[in-house]
Write a protein that binds this ligand. Structure first.
Ligand SMILES: *Cc1c(COP(=O)(O)O)cnc(C)c1O
Length: 389
């Protein structure tokens, strides 16, 4: 959420002064990631998936920066997200709704110039009926299910739609898309299987560009790129495939030490006293907790960093705080108010996710609303407050 989102220009300054956690979002790194992918998949076009508030980083800021870098195709999951974002995009940008539309919202969507992905016969027919009611064609992409069994027309529905007289006059086919279930696994047969099924299903429809690849797919071979790729997590610095991550880090998270204490051997720490000091320990309480997206599964598992030293989490993650074992730091190195690194050069979003038993997507989209947010390195773009003015 951008500064001033609440219509109060002081909110940003207040958050900077009052927050215990500081979230820095490097829009320059975001743009570098976009360009890296665009160069890799060219001549395919590179869209940006900015659903879930730009994977938690602020859809307005993220999309604004990518638009300034030349991106013109944006995907969100929900119409609501699209309606918020649409006024902030350049007039020639295209904005797609991945989940398609709940019944009754078609006219609202069409009126805003937003395009739903048609995922089912029902969604397709309702969109066609809207075109008929408005008396003009309403172009849209169709998603086919090439094997993931989540969204998109299964083969029998593709055949039915292809046989509906005049459908593609009312709903010109923008592109045909599908989604990979195992894009982050190289060498799996599932990807090749889906590619073949996608090809077969697409050929049942009128000739149209194809969109297939998410982040992982962009880094599979060219056969997976199609005409329009849809990266999300890799734009935000997440590894598109296991192994060395070619993306630049976009997110840094630092949190302040609220309080320091020394405890004797045998002292229990945090809710449930699940950590018991094995020897005398020095502890630091940090003002970030699970309400800020520092997942509770990091209890007794994750860490923070300070001065190149790993500071393990001692005990359970609380709602608003965590306790670090800082005994390994030199005496007097850490003070109340100092910032420790939660995400940064020592600890990537993928590393945090691995500690938490999840994926970087969940780490990013869980980041809470209580951080002071700094956007750095980006081109000038209007804040939401300015755009609404
Ligand atoms: C979320 C999503 C993407 C982006 O996936 P990443 O793995 O984040 O790159 C692309 N396409 C569809 C249909 C999605 O739902």
């Amino acid at each position: 959420m951008l500064e001033g989102h609440h219509g109060n220009a002081d909110v940003g300054a207040r958050a900077r002064a009052a927050a215990w956690g500081i979230l820095t979002i490097d829009l320059g790194a975001l743009i570098a990631n976009y360009r890296l992918i665009a160069a890799r998949v060219a001549p395919a076009r590179t869209a940006a998936v900015v659903k879930a508030d730009g994977y938690g980083l602020g859809a307005a800021a993220v999309a604004g920066a990518l638009a300034a870098a030349g991106c013109r195709d944006f995907f969100v999951a929900l119409l609501d997200e699209a309606l918020d974002l649409e006024p902030l995009l350049p007039p020639d940008a295209r904005l797609y709704v991945l989940n398609g539309l709940p019944a009754g919202s078609e006219a609202l969507c069409a009126g805003a110039g937003i395009v739903p992905i048609l995922n089912s016969l029902d969604q397709a027919r309702r969109w066609r009926a809207t075109a008929a009611a408005l008396g003009r064609p309403l172009p849209a992409p169709i998603q086919v299910d090439s094997g993931m069994s989540r969204l998109g027309l299964p083969a029998d529905a593709v055949v039915v739609l292809a046989g509906e007289a005049g459908f593609f006059d009312d709903v010109p086919l923008t592109f045909v898309m599908s989604h990979l279930a195992c894009a982050d696994e190289t060498g799996t047969l599932a990807n090749e299987d889906q590619r073949r099924r996608f090809d077969t299903l697409a050929k049942l429809l009128p000739p149209a560009p194809r969109s297939f690849a998410n982040s992982g797919g962009c880094f599979l071979d060219d056969a997976f790129h199609g005409d329009l790729v849809r990266p999300g997590i890799s734009l935000y610095g997440g590894a598109p495939l296991p192994g060395a991550n070619p993306m630049a880090a976009v997110v840094a998270l630092a949190a302040r030490v609220v309080q320091l204490r020394d405890v004797p051997a045998g002292q229990g720490v945090g809710y449930g006293l699940t950590f018991v000091a094995p020897t005398p320990r020095r502890l630091a309480t940090i003002g970030v907790g699970y309400a800020d997206g520092w997942l509770r599964s990091l209890s007794n598992r994750g860490a923070a960093w300070f001065g190149g030293v790993r500071l393990p989490i001692a005990g359970r993650v609380s709602m608003d705080s965590i306790i670090l074992d800082v005994t390994d730091l030199p005496e007097g190195a850490l003070h109340e108010g100092d910032l420790v690194e939660l995400i940064g050069p020592h600890q990537s979003i993928d590393a945090v996710a691995a500690d938490a038993g999840t994926i970087a997507y969940e780490v990013l989209t869980s980041l809470g609303r209580r951080y002071a947010r700094h956007y750095v390195g980006g081109p000038a773009f209007p804040s939401q407050a300015e755009a609404n003015a």
